[in-house]
Write a protein that binds this ligand. Structure first.
Ligand SMILES: Nc1ncnc2c1ncn2[C@@H]1O[C@H](COP(=O)(O)OP(=O)(O)OP(=O)(O)O)[C@@H](O)[C@H]1O
Length: 444
């Protein structure tokens, strides 16, 4: 039977024969075959830039090669890692790919393993807890709860637990889902009167991984259902792993009984990586993709992107693509050029948090010390939240870093401020506030 690995190896070999080394390294090495069915395949690529390239330059070849190998016409679909994550979640309840023998792990991203995870100060404890849970599930830390800012490796660790668990128990039933997909599955099951199937799907598993549970906020029916799912699995001593961008008690409108259950196990935060860890992550990614990048260039890139690992990876992809397009080796000056255009593209590089703070404090006539301080009076709190909102909207700075710039506040305070101002701006009666914010923006 055709196996996803052999088909991918065949395609890789064919491309190796026809492409130059640098093209092969840039486009093929960075991709992976994530799904194979009777008449289609899905290839995961690192970015939209790669996706366009595959579509325009490589897709005809894929069809041709697969026809040669499989004797039938197969249409290729290209997805970025983010899109793939969504597909995976949507797919978990339904199809079983007849061509792979790895159905149990089909919901796990093969790149997110313990082997590819770099340990640093900010994630050491989370990593250790993840390993314990993978090896002794359902006993010591149940549930295991990871929380922290965007793109810091929570999902990666979750998948790593799944892979490790499967390695030890090859027949284990594992389910990975985002909280949004859990909610969608639940709603669909009500609409289609398939609630029993839904329950079986979620309760007959050995390991349940639920990502981004902050999106349970405000979804009462889903919380109710999740409460029962949680209880059934917990009583059965099945391991549950959850992630969120904040602690359970900071998730608005999360039922108290869920908050308290989530606290039964272990909650561990993941904080942004220091420079050394960022360099180590870049080095590992570069090695995995067979890229030769001098150490000073790796340090340069790591120095530019200082908090979010997803962005750090994006920067590496950009540098890699830039070098392939320019047909030049990767050097620090090439990286600087590549990243300059990246930063220019999102238009966020020129505005600093300090300038936002200055303009906002001047506009509302409060001191900078108050703006960054802890006073809770309305005349100060609102400008402070507006300044945080603008910092999030107009700069690429991570949430924890914004919090730090505002007198060492937690990233959840920034999330809260951003959400609050966004909501106020959407309310019709707040026209005056919209104008004020526009005026501040113009002055920046
Ligand atoms: N310590 C690490 N070592 C290697 N790669 C990492 C590490 N941490 C994160 N990454 C990589 O960074 C990217 C983002 O990580 P991930 O998706 O796990 O973040 P997250 O915390 O779940 O973010 P979000 O809150 O947006 O869901 C992934 O490609 C992941 O492989």
């Amino acid at each position: 039977m055709d196996n996803i690995h052999t088909v991918w190896t065949y395609l890789q070999d064919k491309f190796k024969e026809t492409l130059s080394k640098v093209s092969y390294d840039t486009w093929i090495q960075s991709a992976s075959l994530v799904r194979l069915s009777d008449n289609s395949i899905t290839i995961e690529v690192p970015s939209t830039l790669h996706k366009e390239y595959w579509k325009n330059n490589l897709s005809t070849k894929v069809v041709e090669y697969l026809y040669e190998y499989l004797g039938r016409e197969i249409s290729p679909l290209f997805v970025t890692a983010d899109e793939q994550a969504t597909f995976m979640e949507q797919d978990t309840n339904e199809k079983v790919d007849p061509f792979t023998s790895e159905n149990k792990s089909s919901t796990l991203n093969s790149k997110y393993t313990f082997d590819t995870f770099v340990i640093g100060k900010g994630n050491q404890m989370a990593h250790a807890a993840a390993l314990v849970v993978a090896e002794e599930p359902g006993t010591i830390y149940n549930p295991l709860f990871f929380y922290g800012g965007v793109g810091l490796g929570k999902t990666h660790l979750m998948h790593a637990i799944g892979h490790q668990y499967l390695q030890i128990n090859p027949n284990a039933r594992i389910k990975y889902v985002s909280s949004e997909n859990f909610a969608n599955d639940f709603i669909n099951s009500i609409q289609n009167r398939t609630q029993e199937k839904f329950r079986q799907n979620y309760r007959n598993v050995d390991l349940l991984l639920v990502d981004d549970i902050q999106f349970f906020a405000d979804k009462e029916g889903t919380q109710e259902e999740f409460f029962h799912t949680f209880n059934a699995l917990y009583d059965d001593r099945k391991q549950i792993v959850l992630t969120s961008d904040r602690l359970p008690n900071e998730i608005p409108k999360l039922q108290e009984r869920l908050v308290s259950r989530f606290a039964w196990g272990l909650s561990v935060d993941i904080t942004p990586p220091d420079l050394e860890t960022r360099i180590a992550i870049l080095r590992k990614k570069a090695n995995a993709e067979g890229l030769e990048i001098p150490n000073d260039t790796l340090s340069y890139i790591a120095g530019q992107i200082d908090s979010n690992i997803r962005e750090l990876e994006g920067a590496l992809v950009r540098v890699q693509a830039y070098s392939a397009i320019q047909r030049n080796d990767i050097t620090t000056s090439l990286a600087a050029d590549a990243l300059k255009s990246m930063i220019k593209n999102d238009g966020k590089q020129n505005i600093s948090i300090a300038s936002i703070q200055q303009k906002v404090s001047k506009y509302y006539q409060i001191s900078l010390t108050d703006l960054k301080g802890k006073k809770r009076v309305r005349q100060i709190v609102l400008p402070r939240q507006i300044a945080m909102y603008l910092s999030r909207e107009l700069t690429s700075t991570s949430l924890p870093k914004i919090g730090k710039e505002f007198g060492g506040k937690d990233h959840t305070t920034v999330i809260h401020a951003h959400e609050k101002i966004k909501k106020l701006l959407n309310e019709e009666e707040n026209g005056e506030m919209r104008e004020q914010i526009e005026e501040i923006k113009k002055s920046l």
